[in-house]
Design a protein around this ligand. Structure first.
Ligand SMILES: Nc1ncnc2c1ncn2[C@@H]1O[C@H](COP(=O)(O)OP(=O)(O)OP(=O)(O)O)[C@@H](O)[C@H]1O
Ligand SMILES: [Mg+2]
Length: 335
């Protein structure tokens, strides 16, 4: 659906070229939720602006739904942008228009007949759960409600792609969760391709299928969210993951220094998450185990568990082999 071929982007600032994106290749598949995570200034917004043609690449080629926004004329670009909805961190609603009139706005611009607009707006407001708020003004809404208006407006012209630039960064955790659930539902029910930009791994974990990590304009890691989240390779990715898990890696490792036995990180995926494997294997191999840290949660719809344990006594090699044979990913941290 979206393809970056050796795309890079620099800006001229005070006579100097400043690189915002280094040459990168990226493919976003139709119907997936693709996350892009990076710190401030990493180039996330630049990347999204290359998709809707607000920026042109300094080199390489962007293809969106088979077309290169960089080569389209004004009419071609308008037609392409109607197939791309966008939502923003600060919602960008028109304060002098009601909720219904905000959602109607893109339909008016597209020349939709008045009678059709009314029914389409009602349908969109029902989808985002705002029927009762149709006649309110943005100032009378909560942040979460404002973003729902933004989502309804973005969906008005039936786009094939939805771009979300830090769409939940101004919201509290509970509201973030409900907006993300709405985005996941829209992706599922409408088959829309969603590109979601964030600086929070938690957002990626909840809704994305795949993720790319941007670090100072470099694409440093990408893959399935479960792989990247559970086995991060790049230092920047590791930092995002430990932030999401509220783990202070440094403190954890100095705590472990005092623990005896073999230190392991176990990752359980899917059905294995709920099986009483550890107790059975401990009994069979005579090892004792000490749980030092752990978490059971979901990556989108996939249950997972991650435990840091110390194995003491018994036949620890046999225990590790048995865990591996049962489908648990075992990583030895120290011995
Ligand atoms: N129009 C512009 N002119 C000059 N420099 C720009 C322009 N747009 C972006 N940049 C620079 O490019 C780099 C990437 O910016 P970008 O806005 O893409 O980052 P970001 O990852 O979206 O950051 P944030 O999380 O703060 O929104 C930054 O160094 C920024 O200063
Ligand atoms: Mg940005």
């Amino acid at each position: 659906m979206i393809e970056f071929q050796q795309v890079h982007k620099s800006f001229r600032v005070g006579g100097r070229e400043v690189a915002a994106l280094q040459p990168l290749d990226l493919q976003i598949v139709e119907g997936e939720v693709f996350g892009i995570i990076g710190h401030s200034g990493a180039g996330k917004s630049t990347l999204i602006r290359l998709i809707n043609g607000l920026e042109r690449p300094s080199g390489g080629r962007v293809l969106v739904d088979g077309e290169d926004p960089g080569t389209l004329d004004a009419a071609g670009l308008r037609a392409l942008r109607r197939r791309i909805g966008m939502i923003f961190q600060h919602f960008n609603l028109l304060s002098s228009r009601t909720v219904a009139a905000n959602v109607a706005f893109p339909l008016e611009l597209a020349g939709t007949p008045q009678a059709e607009i009314a029914s389409r707006v009602a349908e969109l407001l029902a989808r985002v759960g705002l029927n009762e708020h149709a006649n309110k003004y943005p100032a009378q809404l909560s942040g979460g409600q404002k973003q729902r208006v933004g989502i309804a407006r973005a969906l008005a012209c039936r786009p094939r792609i939805l771009l979300c630039d830090e769409a939940t960064s101004a919201l509290d955790p509970q509201t973030t969760a409900s907006v993300l659930a709405l985005l996941a539902q829209i992706n599922r029910e409408l088959g829309l391709t969603v590109v979601l930009i964030t600086h929070e791994m938690e957002v990626i974990r909840r809704v994305c299928d795949r993720v790319a990590v941007l670090d100072a304009g470099h694409l440093v890691e990408s893959g399935q969210v479960a792989d990247v989240f559970l086995h991060p390779r790049h230092a920047t990715t590791r930092r995002f993951v430990s932030e999401a898990e509220h783990v202070n890696e440094g403190a954890l490792h100095s705590d472990f220094a005092a623990v005896s036995g073999r230190l392991l990180r176990l990752t359980f995926l899917g059905q294995h998450t709920y099986e009483p494997l550890l107790g059975r294997i401990a009994r069979e191999t005579g090892v004792d185990y000490n749980i030092l840290a752990g978490r059971i949660d979901r990556i989108k719809d996939l249950p997972y568990g991650q435990l840091t344990i110390a194995l003491v006594g018994g036949d620890s090699d046999a225990a590790i082999a048995a865990l591996g044979a049962a489908g648990v990913h075992v990583e030895e941290i120290a011995r």
